[in-house]
Design a protein around this ligand. Structure first.
Ligand code: KE4
Length: 445
């Protein structure tokens, strides 16, 4: 990049930052007084990319608008729930209708059953489900249920995978924990942390050794069947089948954390996509259609160990609330009817092909990893099969790339250790605009 171009780019970034983001900056000044770090979830703080977070005011389709009136093509989509795009009319209509009858009763209600029947129709491994209000709650409950069902305490998780912020799982975690450099959170009692074995993802021998050493103490293996919280890192061939075999052999529970992949990779999630039947499945994001919802599900034999039938306690004030259920039902009905997965995949491939062509033209070390409509840009020439590989990518270049795109009206995740995703609302024309913006950004390296 010539010195002139470098100066020109820096002037543009500074101008945009100060002139086009004044309201976001004013918001953030106020927010920092009341919210820790100015945010309600750490990854939103732009800690990994620098700069002041943008305050969003409106979303419609694939677009987001901030409080300064700047428009962005959104590839975060609230971290995955909005596979139909923002404010999809059927979802808005369903939520409006539900809340006019009352948002929450704290009692049985028809919409929770309607959503449960959609989940069970999509995933044969789900004989019973339990709704909760977040992915964290779903995974936290699945861990407790696995420990209660097996009578064993140890859990295997994988380094760089993120499963929400319950104590047992903030051990070498990905997503915001990795972004903030606190994969092992303070405040987790040593005694509890010792019950979590964190192993490298895609490493067969590490799992084999752990079972040889602790086999009769391991309650469960918890895995993102497609890792997305270190960036998108697919399972190597045979890996999930191996986890299924070894958990059966040692009578441990195989838990698929499908909070991201559920209804994203296919209508039946990763378990349909990779043809592996887990013992327990955790869901979130898409099943709430943008409202707070999570779920866990599995065989009757395991699930019936939960209260009120069994001794493993779990509860929630807003579990199955009609407002969130209505958004989930509206979303899943459209996905079930339209089966948009080939379109989402094809449009994602088009975007990534254009990006790769630009990177080659400017000899930029760009690795794009994609499964269906989930993808990540790694600036590295080496393969990324696990968190160690993801960390080797040029995260400083990712930060520059993020801001250059932001200035062009493209909103990527403000962290290398996340997944971009597409919605049904992303049109070819919009993706062409994104591809052109990426090509322009690539020129500056
Ligand atoms: P929530 O508690 O945030 O609803 O879900 C936790 C969770 C569980 N499992 C997986 C595989 C997840 O990716 C998540 C949460 N995802 C992050 C983004 N990678 C949420 C964004 C955030 O933390 O602000």
């Amino acid at each position: 990049m010539t010195p002139f171009l470098l100066v020109e780019m820096k002037v543009k970034i500074i101008y945009n930052f100060y002139m086009l983001n004044s309201q976001s900056k004013a918001y953030f000044k106020r927010a920092e007084r009341l919210f820790v770090g100015g945010v309600n979830s750490p990854v939103r703080a732009f800690g990994a990319v620098g700069g002041t977070p943008v305050c969003m005011r409106k979303g419609k389709g694939a677009w987001l608008w901030d409080v300064d009136g700047n428009r962005y093509l959104d590839f975060v989509l609230s971290w995955g729930p909005l596979i139909l795009g923002h404010a999809r009319k059927e979802v808005v209509r369903a939520v409006k209708r539900a809340v006019t009858f009352g948002a929450s009763f704290g009692a049985c209600s028809e919409l929770e059953l309607e959503l449960a029947e959609l989940l069970v129709s999509a995933m044969p491994s789900l004989e019973k489900v339990r709704f909760v209000s977040s992915g964290t709650e779903a995974v936290m409950t699945a861990i407790r249920l696995a420990r209660g069902f097996t009578g064993k305490d140890k859990i295997i998780k994988f380094i760089g995978c993120y499963h929400g912020h319950s104590d047992s799982l903030l051990i070498k975690a990905g997503s915001g924990a990795a972004t903030m450099g606190i994969p092992d959170s303070a405040g987790v009692p040593k005694g509890l942390a010792q019950e979590t074995l964190a192993l490298p993802y895609n490493d067969f021998s590490a799992v084999r050794s752990a079972f040889q050493k602790y086999g009769d103490e391991i309650a469960a293996v918890l895995v993102e069947p497609l890792a997305c919280n270190m960036g998108v890192v697919p399972p190597v061939p045979g890996y999930l089948e191996f986890l299924r075999r070894i958990t059966r052999r040692y009578k441990a529970i195989l838990i698929f954390d499908e909070v991201i992949t559920g209804f994203r990779l296919s209508f039946g999630g990763a378990q349909e996509y990779y043809k592996i039947k887990p013992d327990l499945t955790c869901l979130g994001k898409i099943i709430g259609g943008g409202l707070p919802a999570g779920a866990l599900g599995g065989s009757k034999k395991v699930m019936d160990v939960l209260a009120p039938l069994g001794p493993v306690y779990q509860a929630g004030t807003l579990s199955g609330n009609p407002a969130a259920m209505s958004a989930g039902v509206a979303t899943l009905k459209i996905l079930k009817k339209e089966q948009p997965y080939p379109i989402l995949k094809e449009r994602t491939e088009m975007l990534l092909e254009r990006a790769q062509t630009s990177a080659k033209k400017w000899s930029l070390p760009l690795l794009t990893q994609q499964v269906e409509s989930l993808f990540t840009f790694f600036f590295t020439s080496r393969p990324v099969h696990d968190y160690a590989g993801a960390k080797e990518a040029d995260t400083a270049r990712y930060a520059r790339f993020f801001h250059s795109l932001l200035n062009k009206g493209i909103y990527f995740p403000p962290s290398q250790f996340e997944a971009c995703n597409l919605s049904l609302a992303h049109s070819r024309a919009q993706l062409d605009f994104a591809a052109k913006s990426i090509e322009e950004v690539m020129v500056h390296g």
